[in-house]
Design a protein around this ligand. Structure first.
Ligand SMILES: [Mn+2]
Length: 341
C-alpha cells in the first residue's frame, strides 16, 4: 500500500461508524491476536470496531484483553449479519480465501463498502480495495503492527494491542521456531517495548493445560501415534469417541502434530480429529523443502503454508486415514524433487 492509500484509508476509518474486523473459522492465536490487536489500536484512535469470527476460539486465548468482545457468527447469526451488512469499513485478517469464513463470505461480498485485507498466506483470492500482504513474515499480527504505524504515523500502539499482537506472532511461529525472519525478533522486541505481557502469553498459551488435555496427549502419543519409516509419514488419528473420553475442548490437540513431526526420520506429520458432524479435520506439518499445502488442497480441500497446512474430509476418521494412505504416493511424487535433494 502506498502512503497515499494509507492517508485515504485513514480518512475512511475516521468517518466510519461501523467497522468490522473479520477473521477465519477455527480461529487460532494469530487470527484472534491480530483482530483484537487491531481493534485495541483503533480504539486508541477513538475508533470503534467489532471483531467477528465464524466460530469460537480455544480457551487458552481467553486471557487476551477484550477477548469477550469477540462475536461468534454461529452463536449470534442475526446480530452479526446485521452488523456486517451495515459495516462501512471491513478488515479481513489472516485468510486468503472467502471459503474460510463460510456464510460471512457472501455478506462481505454483497457489502460494497471499502475493504482492507491484511494477510500472510500465499496467493490471496480475496478482493479488497486495500491489500497489505506479504508471505515472508511471521504472522498477520506482525503485519498489523506495521500497518498500524503506517495508518496513524507516530501513534502509540498501547499495551493491550501489543499483548494481542505478540500472542499472534508467538503462536504463528510456534514460539520462534518457524515462519521466522530477522524482522520477527525486531518486531517482537518492539511489541515488548510497547508493553506486551510476555509472561502472560507464555503462561496462558504454552504452560497451562487441563488435566484431561494432558492425558489426551499421553494417550495420543502412546496408543495412537503411527509411524511409517518407509514414507516418513507419522500420524495421529482421534475419533469422536476418543475425544469425548478426554472431555475434548477446542484447542486441546494444539501442538500434537508437531510432536509427531519431531520424531527422527519423519518428513510429514498429520493429525486427524473427527469432529461432531461426520467431518474429520486434518493438520499437516512438514520440514524444510517438503511441502504439504498443495497436497492438502488437492486431497483434502484445504491449504495453508508450505510446512503447515490444514484440510477437511467428509467422513469418519478411519475413512480419512484410508484417504490419506491412498494419496501418499501422490504426495511423494509431488515432493520427489525435494526428497532427492
Ligand atoms: Mn496467521
Amino acid at each position: 500500500m502506498t502512503q497515499e492509500q494509507f492517508s485515504k484509508l485513514q480518512e475512511i476509518a475516521k468517518g466510519a461508524k461501523n467497522i468490522a474486523i473479520i477473521s477465519h473459522k477455527n480461529p487460532d492465536g494469530d487470527a484472534i491476536g491480530s483482530s483484537l490487536g487491531l481493534r485495541a489500536f483503533l480504539f486508541r484512535q477513538q475508533l470503534q470496531a467489532r471483531v467477528i469470527v465464524p466460530d469460537s476460539f480455544p480457551g487458552f486465548l481467553r486471557f487476551l484483553p477484550e477477548s469477550k468482545s469477540v462475536w461468534f457468527f454461529d452463536k449470534m447469526k442475526e446480530a452479526a449479519t446485521q452488523y456486517i451488512k451495515s459495516a462501512d469499513l471491513i478488515f479481513i485478517l489472516d485468510f486468503n480465501t472467502l471459503k474460510r469464513i463460510e456464510e460471512i463470505g457472501a455478506l462481505i461480498e454483497n457489502n460494497p463498502c471499502p475493504k482492507v485485507l491484511i494477510d500472510h498466506h500465499p496467493d490471496p483470492e480475496v478482493k479488497a480495495q486495500f491489500t497489505y500482504h506479504r508471505v515472508t513474515v511471521s504472522s498477520t499480527s506482525e503485519l498489523v503492527f506495521e500497518f498500524a504505524q503506517k495508518l496513524f504515523p507516530g501513534s502509540h500502539l498501547g499495551a493491550k494491542a501489543a499483548t494481542c499482537l505478540y500472542a499472534g506472532l508467538v503462536t504463528d511461529t510456534g514460539c520462534f521456531k518457524h515462519n521466522l525472519h530477522e524482522r520477527t525478533h525486531i518486531t517482537a522486541g518492539k511489541l515488548l517495548q510497547a508493553g506486551a505481557d510476555h509472561e502472560a502469553v507464555m503462561l496462558e498459551i504454552f504452560d497451562s493445560n487441563s488435566f484431561n488435555r494432558t492425558r489426551l496427549l499421553g494417550y495420543s502419543l502412546y496408543e495412537k501415534l503411527i509411524m511409517d519409516p518407509a514414507t516418513g509419514l507419522a500420524y495421529i488419528a482421534l475419533s469422536q469417541e476418543e475425544l469425548k473420553r478426554f472431555d475434548y475442548k477446542k484447542g486441546d490437540t494444539e501442538g500434537f502434530v508437531n510432536l509427531a513431526l519431531g520424531i527422527d526420520g519423519v518428513k510429514m506429520a498429520v493429525l486427524l480429529t473427527e469432529l461432531n458432524d461426520g467431518l474429520t479435520k486434518l493438520s499437516f506439518r512438514s520440514h524444510g523443502s517438503f511441502e504439504v499445502n498443495g497436497f492438502a488442497a488437492k486431497f483434502f480441500s484445504g491449504g495453508g503454508h508450505k510446512n503447515a497446512a490444514g484440510g477437511a474430509f467428509e467422513g469418519t476418521v478411519d475413512q480419512a486415514v484410508d484417504r490419506l494412505k491412498e494419496s501418499i504416493p501422490e504426495l511423494i511424487k509431488m515432493n520427489l524433487q525435494n526428497l532427492r535433494s
